[in-house]
Design a protein around this ligand. Sequence first.
Ligand code: FMN
Length: 316
Amino acid sequence: MSEGRSAHPHVWSVPEREVLASAVAAAPSVHNARPWTFVVREHVAELRPHPVDLLDEHDPLGRDRDLSLGAALTNLLLAVEHLGLVPRVDEVAEPGCERAITTVTATHRTEPSEAAERRFAALTHRRSHRGAFPGGRLTDAERASLRAAAGLAPGETRWITGASEALAVARSLSYAARVMHADAAYQRELAHWIVYEDAVGGPNPESGIPESALGWRGLPAVGLVTDRTKLPDEALLASRIEHDSVLVLCGEGDAAGDHVRIGRALQLVWLEATSRGMAASVMTQPLRLGEVRAAIAEELELPGKPHALMRFGHRS
Ligand SMILES: Cc1cc2nc3c(=O)[nH]c(=O)nc-3n(C[C@H](O)[C@H](O)[C@H](O)COP(=O)(O)O)c2cc1C
């Protein structure tokens, strides 16, 4: 048995439970809905999918909820490593539950890696940045570090590159924005998730998106279209796509487990960016439309369907 390895699973102490819970609570999620319940019992930390009302219009298939679970799992695993333990992940079916529970246990000690500690330190200051990126574009080295952080197969991450790709994607996003803008049922649901400035809860509400955090211009405006969004024209969008660095996360599989896996990667990339001084925002709203997913997959010749778009840049 190697040093630090124990046959017995590690029992989480109270301070350790707090570290794990805070890490999970800091995870990004669709509409900040946190579609999970996090429970720690003795040696098992559990992430349980949790039903959320008022997401059926935005997330009819549950894809965004599974991506969100994946992001929360990344935070949990980084916290375990930060505590000097090697996590083990299992999917456990529970009688009567449609969805498996993700359990995390640890049996032996380790030294956290430099990258894991850097990403762990970024957990609490990672935010969605839906504003402009006035700083310079990402360097090739920065782009490479983000793709590497995802830990996915090479074809599963793809930068949108060049004017013709940018214009093709701009057309799809512009179409999605017009459809979403005109969809009264969708907008009624979304309105429940927008937290207005004078509402109780302050700038970091338990769930929902503060109005001040929405993007009103350029690419982020079509990343979450409300009925107040002024829709940008296609040429402007294409130039923003060329300026911002836009990463597509995609995969051949399109089942819940695939979405959790991509969600894990999404959060690793986001934390890597944060830890290296870059800002980011995520866009899945346009991909809610099957025809938009199919068009982007075809235009970019992706090996599978796109699951999320992420834009990156420098705030100054
Ligand atoms: C799976 C997933 C999908 C998301 N989709 C969108 C989106 O389509 N548009 C958008 O502006 N933000 C999107 N977000 C960002 C969330 O709204 C944001 O993470 C959440 O409100 C918490 O805010 P924070 O990221 O600033 O901590 C998404 C996040 C996740 C994890």
